[in-house]
Design a protein around this ligand. Structure first.
Ligand code: C5P
Length: 236
């Protein structure tokens, strides 16, 4: 990845209008916003269109996990909705991930835009011993899934910033998108494998996804600016 690390704000708010108002406050400050299960379930594709109209790059975080045909069709639907980046579970396996890859590639080959495909490895809310049926440490399992994601042609993976250095060493072609970002002194909430923005950038993260430490403050714009300056100071 050659571009500078990007800040993505997760618009996890209980009303569509509240999410769009939040986006309006962040317009011109942050380049990317994320519509996840809550916002997309509330607002559907019109939310994506509204965010695109405001000039944002849009990350649609629905973490697809289904049979290959269904996921391939969902990739096409996300592309139609204007998503620039989407997530699918790497644990969906080779055939599911390759079907998503083929769907995105066929859109591009037909001259249409298609989203970047990022494979979720291990949710940043999982601590050791919490994943049902998985005895490996979260970081080891995330690394294994990242290797799979690279082999199956995904553009990047979602992981904890704690895992980025090892993943970049093993699969340098992958971009790393990291939730679980917590500025010094902010609440961990339900996240477990967390890192500060500065340390995440130092580790090599390409995208930092930040929700509550920005959206649940009195001044989200200022909170976003502080994180951006921490990211840029670290990169300089
Ligand atoms: O509020 P907070 O900064 O914890 O938000 C993190 C966002 O990133 C949430 O929208 C969550 O759904 C998402 N996410 C995550 N861990 C992953 C993938 C996505 O926390 N592995």
């Amino acid at each position: 990845m050659t571009t500078a690390p990007q800040l993505v704000v997760a618009l996890d708010l209980p009303e569509k209008d509240a999410a769009l108002n939040m986006a309006a406050r962040l317009r011109g400050v942050v380049p990317w916003v994320k519509a996840g299960m809550e916002l997309f379930t509330l607002g559907g594709p019109s939310v994506l269109a509204a965010l695109k109209d405001m000039g944002f790059h849009v990350f649609l975080d629905m973490k697809f996990y289904d049979i290959p045909n269904t996921v391939a069709q969902a990739v096409r639907a996300a592309a139609r909705g204007g998503a620039d980046l989407i997530t699918l579970h790497t644990q969906g396996g080779r055939r599911m991930c390759e079907a998503a890859r083929e769907a995105a590639d066929s859109l591009r080959n037909a001259g249409q835009s298609a989203p970047l495909l990022f494979g979720v490895t291990v949710l940043t809310s999982f601590g050791p011993g919490e994943m049902p049926g998985i005895s490996a440490a979260p970081s080891a399992f995330a690394l294994e899934l990242a290797r799979d994601a690279a082999r199956w042609g995904l553009d990047g993976i979602v992981c904890s910033a704690q895992e980025v250095a090892d993943i970049k060493a093993a699969a340098p072609s992958l971009s790393c998108l990291c939730p679980g970002i917590r500025p010094e002194g902010s609440a961990q909430d339900d996240q477990r494998r967390v890192m500060t923005p500065a340390r995440a950038i130092r580790a090599g993260a390409d995208y930092l996804v930040v929700g509550r430490p920005i959206t649940r403050t009195d001044d989200p714009t200022e909170a976003a600016r502080r994180i951006l300056s921490e990211m840029h100071i670290e990169k300089a």
